[in-house]
Design a protein around this ligand. Structure first.
Ligand code: ACO
Length: 384
């Protein structure tokens, strides 16, 4: 390319492939998603979070003994250092839970004597440690924010059941466990989304996995990415009653506002995860609380309006975040915990990508096209 030629600039890295991967296929045209070749519908119907995490990390479904050993490893890693509990106690009521989580995960690295070991075996061990401990940290943040003391993990419980036990201080009811397990499965992985990409960018410098995952958490926080589930629920609360929905959405769109929980960089069809979450929500209605029934009505009106106005014509459909709020509320999970829980699930995908990328690492260093001035004359400060 001649120096004067303007390069093609892909803002937001839209349509740019950064690597080959065998972890996840997002078929945005047809609204399909596969983890390691298994469709998300099959996974959501048959699997559980521990098995999904194993599948993402190792590339195949575990045999019974392999799954048992993996579960045991997760259980053995659940406890978090006292100083991290102290950090959470000092900050949980002053700061956004995602800020506390990001700081705590970064802090975890100093308690791991393997942090600098870049062998694949060590990085697998650290991934398992992170999958286990991030759930404990998120539960501790929620529990301490609610004014209660830290609850130590219970080794007799499964991964998400233990998470809810540490969050609520009691074993969860089935109605609490089922939706949380579903959300953990559906949010575990999604190819090179923004947070996974920033995880890989940090990892590509051969920085350690704690640094890479800390970048991922920082990126997930934003309302255009993982933070959208909280914003979508805030909107439903602001709408208040189903009969207000139409006016609210009309006015928001007329004011060029984005409706959170809709639209996606890759999906130009209905996000299959949103469909699974919506279907679950619809099964709840007779036994759901008044709050959840009301939120569901609002969500369904908003969904219909958005699809009529922007679905086929603009490719803007519900994404994974839209129905998440009412589902989390059915398990009595507070709004501020949605994005941290997203991170507690997505850690499996972030780790899988790092393990894959490091096998053939290449520093990520894109270009920007400079449009500023050159060779300016330097004027001393007292002459400017
Ligand atoms: N509501 C209304 N209009 C929208 C929405 C929306 N949710 N999403 C996109 N649009 C419109 C934009 O205003 C823009 O219109 P214009 O061309 O007239 O300016 C057009 O569609 C393209 O939107 P962009 O934001 O440029 O497209 P991009 O591919 O960058 O957007 C994104 C993807 C960021 C997810 C966007 O759809 C959005 O902001 N959605 C709301 C936030 C959200 O739900 N994020 C979660 C995504 S899933 C996840 O990360 C877990």
């Amino acid at each position: 390319m001649a120096d004067s030629a303007v390069p093609v600039i892909s803002t937001g890295l839209q349509n740019i492939y950064i690597t080959e991967s065998k972890i996840c296929r997002v078929d945005g045209e047809n609204g399909k998603l596969y983890y390691r070749g298994y469709s998300i519908d099959t996974i959501a119907r048959n699997s559980n979070y521990e098995e999904v995490a194993y599948l993402l990390i190792y590339g195949n479904l575990p045999k019974r003994q392999e799954l048992e050993a993996f579960r045991q490893q997760l259980k053995n890693e659940r406890e978090i250092p006292d100083s991290i509990v102290k950090l959470i106690k000092e900050s949980a009521n002053k700061a956004d839970p995602m800020d506390v989580l990001r700081t705590a995960v970064s802090y975890l690295s100093i308690y791991d004597n393997e942090t600098k070991d870049q062998s694949q075996e060590s990085n697998i061990r650290k991934s398992i440690r992170l999958i286990s401990k991030i759930s404990s940290i998120v539960a501790a943040i929620g529990r301490i924010r609610d004014g209660f003391d830290y609850v130590h993990p219970d080794k007799s419980l499964g991964h998400t059941e233990n998470f809810l036990y540490m969050l609520k201080g009691r074993r969860p009811a089935k109605e609490e466990l089922v939706p949380v397990e579903m959300m953990y499965i559906l949010q575990a992985e999604h190819s090179s989304n923004a947070s996974t990409f920033s995880t890989i960018v940090t990892g590509s410098t051969l920085s350690d996995i704690y640094s890479a995952v800390t970048s991922g958490i920082a990126t997930l926080k934003g309302p255009l990415h993982g933070g959208a589930d909280e914003e979508a629920l805030r909107m439903m609360y602001a709408i208040g009653k189903p009969e207000n929905t139409e006016k609210y959405i009309e006015e928001a769109l007329a004011g060029k506002q984005k409706i959170m929980g809709f639209g996606h960089r890759v999906y130009k069809a209905y996000d299959p995860r949103a469909r699974i979450i919506k279907d679950y929500l619809l099964t709840l209605q007779n036994h759901a609380s008044e709050e959840v029934r009301n939120l569901t009505k609002i969500a369904l009106i908003a969904e219909k309006m958005m699809i009529d106005k922007l679905g086929k014509s603009h490719g803007i459909w519900p994404n994974v975040d839209f129905f998440a709020g009412p589902v989390y509320r059915s398990a009595d999970i507070k709004l501020e915990m949605f994005t941290p829980m997203f991170a507690a699930s997505r850690i499996a995908g972030w780790s899988a990508h790092m393990l894959e990328y490091w096998k053939d690492n290449k520093l990520i260093r894109p270009l920007e096209y400079y449009t500023g001035q050159l060779d300016l004359q330097y004027i001393p400060i007292d002459k400017r």
